[in-house]
Design a protein around this ligand. Structure first.
Ligand SMILES: [Zn+2]
Length: 318
């Protein structure tokens, strides 16, 4: 970026000179160059030509290079407000993404204490260490388990842990407050006949001490900076290391927060806010592409949905 800025500055200066001295001096200059024998005087007068040409080619090269490197043209959606592929337009980009625009139970929402229903009920969460890969989708960084990483049970239905990923800043807000980061643990029911097949646990983070789970992944995340679509094998990763347990959490029915924005997602968002170092957030932002540095979908209307506040003692097993 710095060299591009320098080039832009040089180009702007040359354009200003052209305007100042007019086309005539340019034509004269070209004739002068032709007759130039390499004297100091002629060099001084035309020293801008070489940087001009090199700058022009460098700008062209860097522009085409960044398009290829960052995959600008193949992104399906982005997080840039006002962009043709931004969150306000997601529902219009594909027919199968219509829920992003017309859905009445979309996520994220503000989790307000004003209209919550209290429920006390134990919930079973059993996670197991399993082989995993780290992936850069361009939109987010995720840990994907290849084997059985364990399950949670909601009203007797099993939801198996598939992957976790991060949003910066948080997508949900609690009583209007947005946090610095939100982790999503995505679970899916193996039973195709279950009405709501996806259950997501959300964990909020504020800037403070480093997060241990992210610390373990630092090297792998660093190796995926800007590398959309690439993966790294992580070996065995224990989901318990995320330490996502919280005795109190919000529960509501919502949707995926990225296209296709499918509804029927059972959300559990912990009230306990954890810590993450600002450097760790910077690394996650650096790793994804420029259109997803702030990869939080804007808040969606609550539309009279119930929000339950669960007080629950988990039954976990290692
Ligand atoms: Zn998410």
């Amino acid at each position: 970026m710095t060299s591009q800025r320098k080039c832009a500055y040089i180009l702007a200066s040359i354009l200003a000179l052209l305007i100042l001295f007019g086309a005539k001096s340019v034509i004269t200059g070209r004739a002068y160059l032709k007759t130039s024998t390499g004297s100091t005087a002629s060099c001084l007068q035309f020293c801008w030509i070489r940087p001009f040409i090199s700058c022009l080619s460098s700008v062209i090269r860097s522009t085409t290079g960044s398009v290829a490197e960052e995959g600008e043209d193949d992104r399906e959606f982005d997080y840039i407000k006002g962009s043709p592929k931004g969150p306000e337009k997601w529902g219009e980009l594909k027919p199968e993404w219509a829920a992003c625009k017309h859905g009445k139970m979309q996520s994220p929402i503000d989790l307000s204490n004003a209209r919550v229903k209290f429920i006390s009920q134990p919930e079973i969460r059993i996670y197991k260490p399993s082989n995993a890969t780290l992936k850069n989708s361009g939109y987010d960084i995720s840990v994907n388990w290849n084997g059985d990483a364990g399950s949670i049970f909601i009203n007797g239905t099993e939801y198996r842990l598939q992957q976790v990923h991060w949003h910066t800043p948080s997508e949900h807000t609690i009583n209007g407050k947005r946090f610095d980061m939100e982790l999503h643990m995505v679970h899916e029911s193996p039973d195709l006949n279950v009405q709501n097949r996806i259950a997501v646990i959300g964990v909020m983070y504020k800037i403070g001490r480093p997060n241990e789970f992210l610390s373990k992944l630092k090297k792998s995340i660093s190796s995926l900076i800007g590398k959309k679509g690439e993966e790294r094998n992580l070996g065995i990763i224990d989901p318990n290391d995320i330490q996502a347990e919280s005795q109190c959490y919000y529960r509501y029915m919502g949707s995926l927060t990225t296209p296709p924005c499918d509804e029927g997602v059972i959300w559990s968002v912990n009230t306990k806010v954890k810590n993450v170092a600002s450097d760790q957030i910077k690394l996650l932002k650096k790793a994804v592409l420029y259109y997803a540095k702030e990869n939080a979908r804007p808040l969606q209307p609550r539309n009279n949905r119930d929000i339950y506040l669960y007080f629950s003692k988990y039954f976990t097993s290692y």
